[in-house]
Design a binder for this molecule. Structure first.
Ligand SMILES: NC(=O)c1ccc[n+]([C@@H]2O[C@H](COP(=O)([O-])OP(=O)(O)OC[C@H]3O[C@@H](n4cnc5c(N)ncnc54)[C@H](OP(=O)(O)O)[C@@H]3O)[C@@H](O)[C@H]2O)c1
Length: 415
């Protein structure tokens, strides 16, 4: 509905900018009678959404259905095969099937555009693909899921745990009834897959992305990170390393709270790109909602109306290269470890011995007492160490008889 409302409200300025009237030919959804808060009676209705893609009087099909298969996929494929450009907000579809669909668009001489699929109202796709096209991109990263950022901000502000804040976010409509796509990191991963491809001219490869969500983050994690000068953010990051390989992940990380990304709170998203001529560019805005999403969708429609032409991922499909991914084990990282251990004499010595053996030096160590006789929290911040050693230490620590549950570990990302 957001797109229809925007086109009605802003039709004049869009006409001025494109020299064309954008006409909505027909619409479709599951239910015709559902109350959508606006009158659709003056628009033609198709019971079968795929019929939209076959109409001779349609130039562009908007796919706002969602999902990586089913109706969304059939609609996009049919439209492209029938020589119609497609505007989609569907990152899941593109992350999984974007290579094939971009190729289909090229073969049929039409365009597949997706500004709304990454960070909602932020013009991140155009910013990176068009605005920074003259740069070699070193790194792109961001807060790509407003639901997770809202939950993390709210946990910090209120001191409450993940489950309580998620339940509240669901009541407020910031989180879906089935929250997995958001809180387990997959939605952000779909978006990062698209950003990484545009940044580095590489083929989309969602399956190789490391993804971890925010379910295991506890209120004490957030509070202690705050005391140490950090915010916990679900970060999607892709960067080219000096050997040409690409490091990429979506996971909760600690970022300095004074960093620009650390200051992005609540439902806001942010996308940061670093180019070799432009340096760092940061875009912040609303990543979801009817208005911001419509703004992004219509920006693609405006491009089509103006006759602008761009390969879906910024590079013709045949010129996209396979991404050579970095070997995580060889990277040097500082980490935050949260162990829950039995309060016994000699416990710290056992922990320290493992760090010594794995050649990891400790930057700070905090012990939080619980109630008498209960396990205690041990928080360790390390200096940078080889990640293979950090993983080995984690395994050894988790196996100690004094450790009562698997530790929670997060990378510290200086940005
Ligand atoms: N919501 C956002 O803020 C936002 C932001 C950026 C991108 N997106 C993307 O936009 C897409 C849609 O998300 P949404 O949140 O707007 O979902 P939504 O509120 O559930 O809307 C989906 C629409 O598709 C229609 N639909 C679903 N299945 C259909 C089918 N089998 N046949 C015909 N119509 C069908 C629904 O019809 P009924 O209304 O009749 O059920 C509804 O109009 C997703 O790809 C999402 O990732 C959303």
């Amino acid at each position: 509905m957001g797109v229809l409302t925007l086109l009605r409200d802003n039709g004049e300025v869009i006409c001025q900018r494109t020299g064309k009237n954008l006409e909505v030919v027909a619409v479709s959804a599951r239910s015709r009678t559902k109350d959508r808060g606006m009158d659709l009676s003056d628009l033609a209705w198709e019971e079968d959404p795929i019929a939209l893609a076959r109409r001779d009087d349609v130039d562009v099909v908007l796919e706002m259905v969602g999902g990586e298969t089913g109706t969304a996929l059939e609609l996009v494929e049919t439209a492209l095969r029938n020589g119609k450009s497609v505007v989609t907000a569907n990152k899941a579809l593109l992350a999984h099937d974007g290579m094939r669909l971009s190729r289909l668009a090229e073969e049929n001489g039409v365009q597949l555009l997706f500004e709304a699929a990454v960070a909602g109202g932020i013009p991140a796709v155009k910013g990176l693909r068009e605005g920074l096209a003259g740069n070699q991109i070193k790194m792109v990263y961001g807060i790509l899921n407003g639901t997770c950022n809202y939950i993390l901000s709210s946990m910090r502000e209120t001191g409450r745990g993940f489950d309580a804040v998620l339940a509240e976010a669901q009541e407020l409509g910031y989180a879906e009834a089935e929250p997995s796509l958001d809180v387990d990191g997959y939605d952000a991963a779909h978006k990062l897959t698209l950003l990484a491809s545009m940044a580095f001219g590489t083929q989309l490869d969602f399956d190789k992305l490391q993804v971890e969500g925010i379910r295991r983050i506890s209120a004490p994690d957030i509070q202690i990170a705050d005391e140490l000068g950090y915010r916990i953010k679900l970060l999607g990051l892709a960067r080219r390393l000096p050997d040409g390989s690409i490091e990429q992940f979506v996971r909760p990380v600690l970022v300095p709270k004074e960093s620009e990304i650390g200051k992005v709170e609540g439902v806001f998203n942010a996308v940061v790109a670093n180019g070799n001529y432009v340096d760092e560019v940061m875009m912040v805005g609303r990543g979801a909602g009817a208005g911001p999403t419509a703004s992004a969708v219509v920006s693609d429609l405006v491009d089509l109306a103006r006759g602008t032409s761009v390969p879906t991922l910024g590079v013709p499909c045949d010129a996209l290269t396979p991404a050579k991914l970095s070997n995580d084990e060889d990277l040097y990282r500082a980490v935050y470890m949260h162990l829950t251990i039995l309060d016994q004499p000699g416990a710290l010595a056992k922990v320290a011995e493992i760090f010594g053996r794995e050649e990891i030096s400790i930057a700070s160590l905090i012990q939080r007492e619980g109630r008498e006789g209960l396990p205690v929290s041990l928080i360790i911040i390390t200096h940078e160490a080889r990640f293979a050693n950090i993983r080995a230490a984690r395994k050894e620590l988790d196996a100690l008889p004094i450790v009562v549950e698997p530790m929670h570990m997060m990378i510290i990302q200086e940005l």
